[in-house]
Write a protein that binds this ligand. Structure first.
Ligand SMILES: [Fe+2]
Ligand SMILES: [Fe+2]
Length: 170
């Protein structure tokens, strides 16, 4: 049986992952409007990843016999000043999410919920990758931002990203 506080916190994180998907989809729509379809593709894949993060929490709650409670998803921003501004936002957002995951781990440890702590370690590792990938693209877009041909080449590179569903934890 999952602790009530833990259930509430995971439901909140489920919402935060759905918001992340929403945010990245909005960034994708921004890039589509700027005719940067490779950047838009990267964001679309990122949104799919966030949806899979949300579903992993959903499945865990179901597995533990806890209630999934869906709540309102905040409206994401729709405009950014530049591709660099978008990726600065992505990097900041991922650092914020890392903080949320760490707080969930703190809660699991404080109530000796070792199963949830173990489950959350997947997200701890995932956030290291998320931050690395966000800061990696940020560095590239900062360099490419200086020249239109650089931006064009980066757009080509980002068009190659494909969604690989994470292996199920169950
Ligand atoms: Fe996520
Ligand atoms: Fe993420």
């Amino acid at each position: 049986m999952l602790d009530e506080k833990m259930t509430d916190a995971i439901n909140k994180q489920l919402n935060a992952e759905l918001y992340s998907a929403y945010l990245y989809l909005s960034m994708g729509a921004y890039f589509e409007s700027e005719d940067l379809s490779g950047f838009a593709n990267w964001m679309r894949v990122q949104a799919q990843e966030e949806l899979s993060h949300a579903m992993k929490f959903y499945d865990y709650l179901v597995q533990r016999g806890a209630r999934v409670t869906l709540t309102e998803i905040e409206t994401p921003p729709t405009e950014w000043d530049s591709p660099v501004a978008v990726f600065e936002h992505v990097f900041e957002h991922e650092q914020m999410v890392t903080g949320l995951i760490n707080k969930l781990v703190d809660l699991a440890i404080s109530i000796s919920d070792h199963a949830t702590n173990n489950f959350l370690q997947w997200y701890v590792a995932e956030q290291v990758e998320e931050e690395e990938s966000a800061s990696g693209v940020l560095q590239k877009v900062k360099l490419a931002g200086e020249s239109p041909s650089g931006l064009f080449m980066l757009d080509q590179e980002l068009s190659q990203r494909v969604f690989n569903p994470p292996a199920s934890s169950q």
